[in-house]
Ligand binder design. Structure first.
Ligand SMILES: O=C(O)c1cc(=O)[nH]c(=O)n1[C@@H]1O[C@H](COP(=O)(O)O)[C@@H](O)[C@H]1O
Length: 233
């Protein structure tokens, strides 16, 4: 089902808020737990999601030295989450250490590398971060580094997903935040596309938060996105 390819982030500060969001949207099968909720409330939400038989994307975006990354990945594996993120810019050794730490069994989380955050534009990449490559080329290089290092996939903007799909192949998972239906606000996202365009361009999964969770009627927003995606076929 196309709706199983939409991941909704639980970007809220408390467990009560998270549970209220889960209760409001029982149709959602895949939830993302990120820094705000995890730092604020710890691991309890992971058990709640498991009890409700939901898939879990643990988005802690590790960025550290290889030894620390490996330990963090081993610790995260214990929660039986489906996806886990780390920054490609942690470097080849750290990415390889992460892949080795989670192992090859069926219960390991799929490791996804952040390429270039969807809140950045090409000007910031060049002038603030001093990256001399064009943004799409840099995102592609980060994805290739992740693939060569043994990761399962990458997180990228929908604006780069077609190129990453072409070069990285069909068995490399591509997860796209920065997704905005035509009727929603971009907010702090800089490189956005609509859900239909992102799926057509080759995304496996879409991360869509505020257009659903901050909508006046989240269920209606969710259904509208699902209907729009169903039309893609
Ligand atoms: O790793 C992520 O999920 C992520 C990577 C990225 O480049 N951009 C990005 O927005 N995200 C996450 O995707 C979600 C997007 O939420 P909305 O902007 O509300 O749709 C947030 O939870 C972000 O932390």
């Amino acid at each position: 089902m196309i709706s199983d390819r939409i991941i909704v982030p639980l970007d809220v500060p408390t467990l009560e808020d998270a549970i209220a969001t889960l209760d409001k949207l029982p149709q959602v099968s895949f939830w993302k737990v990120g820094l705000e909720l995890f730092v604020g409330t710890g691991t309890q939400i992971l058990y709640i999601l498991k009890e409700r038989q939901k898939r879990i994307f643990l988005d802690l975006k590790f960025h550290d030295i290889p030894n620390t990354i490996a330990g963090a990945c081993r610790s995260a594996k214990a929660y039986n989450v489906d996806f886990l993120t780390l920054h490609a810019t942690a470097g080849r050794q750290a990415l390889q250490a992460a892949a080795q730490a989670v192992g090859v069994d069926d219960f390991r989380p799929k490791l996804l590398a952040i390429t270039v955050l969807t809140s950045l534009n090409s000007r910031e990449l060049a002038f603030d971060l001093k990256i001399p490559l064009e943004l799409p080329e840099y995102a592609l290089q980060m994805a290739l580094l992740a693939k060569e290092s043994g990761l399962d996939g990458a997180v990228c903007s929908p604006q780069e997903v077609a190129q990453l799909r072409r070069v990285c192949g069909d068995d490399f998972l591509l997860v796209c935040p920065g997704v905005r239906p035509s009727w929603s606000q971009a907010g702090d996202q800089r490189r956005v596309m609509t859900p239909q365009a992102a799926i057509k361009a080759g995304a496996d999964y879409l991360v869509i938060g505020r257009p659903i969770t901050a909508a006046a009627n989240p269920v209606e927003a969710w259904e509208r996105i699902c209907e729009e995606l169903a039309a893609v076929g």
